[in-house]
Design a protein around this ligand. Structure first.
Ligand SMILES: CC(C)(COP(=O)(O)OP(=O)(O)OC[C@H]1O[C@@H](n2cnc3c(N)ncnc32)[C@H](O)[C@@H]1OP(=O)(O)O)[C@@H](O)C(=O)NCCC(=O)NCCS
Length: 226
């Protein structure tokens, strides 16, 4: 999940942004003196044509377990096949990952199919650096819902949030070079393959090669203004 092969994002918490927070809900007495709320505090759900993106809730457990337990889904994700209890523990962490308050944190959102209310996957955005305005994206979808353009729909919305609400300059995705479905999705999103690192890490017991894909804010603007 998370575009990253072994980022350990599930243990991370998220950060603040440059203050372009049209999406954010806040109260006046919680504002700092300069009036800029640090970080990203989206007004949920984030709606796309077929999906609602929102923070996880404890009652997502059954839906989450349905894909976290599938070998074909976790083949290139940082986590192993999970049983129900391991999924519950992972879900506990996700509950507090619905906003970014400082760099280094991951935003982790449930992808809910609006038509049925089912959580069919998750999409992530890391606020990697405030000074350099860098981010990272990731995603995972239940096998039954792949091949319908739904992952791309969710990822596009998270790119939008990253560039337009958090004010990022560059968003990367890091993946195992054998993960063809993920590479194809990133190319559909208009991301550029920047690097191919050989034996960059030991992943699930074997040496893995990593692709790094990236998109710049000017690429995003050009693609969305045309
Ligand atoms: C990576 C992953 C999210 C890609 O999911 P996906 O469903 O293939 O991606 P998209 O949402 O872009 O869907 C594209 C497919 O839907 C098809 N499609 C059908 N209807 C569509 C529509 N309305 N709009 C767009 N595409 C549509 C496309 O033709 C394409 O099919 P193809 O792959 O046969 O060419 C998925 O494989 C996954 O979850 N893998 C496991 C977890 C993982 O590895 N995550 C990444 C770690 S780095």
């Amino acid at each position: 999940m998370g575009g990253r092969v072994a980022s350990g994002h599930e243990n991370l918490v998220v950060g603040s942004g440059p203050g372009r927070l049209g999406c954010c809900l806040t109260t006046l007495d919680s504002l700092p003196e300069d009036g800029i709320v640090p970080g990203l505090h989206p007004d949920y759900p984030l709606r796309t044509e077929r999906l609602d993106l929102r923070p996880h809730r404890m009652d997502d457990l059954d839906d989450l377990y349905a894909f976290h337990s599938r070998p074909e889904v976790v083949r290139y994700t940082p986590w192993p096949v999970r049983d129900r209890e391991q999924t519950r523990v992972a879900l506990e962490t996700k509950l507090s990952q619905g906003e970014l308050t400082e760099p280094g944190q991951w935003l982790v959102l449930a992808i809910e199919l609006r038509e049925t209310g089912t959580v069919i996957g998750e999409v992530l955005l890391k606020w990697a650096s405030e000074a350099d305005r860098q981010g990272e994206i990731g995603f995972a979808l239940h096998t039954d819902y792949q091949g319908k353009g739904l992952a791309a729909e969710a990822a596009r919305e998270v790119l939008r949030v990253g560039f337009e609400d958090l004010g990022l300059h560059r968003i990367v995705a890091i993946l195992d070079d054998r993960n063809q479905a993920s590479a194809q999705l990133l190319e559909r999103l208009g991301m550029r393959r920047e690097a191919h690192h050989i034996h960059a890490l030991k992943f699930k017991g074997e040496w893995a090669n990593e692709y790094v894909y990236a998109l710049l804010e000017e690429d995003w603007r050009a693609a969305t203004s045309s």
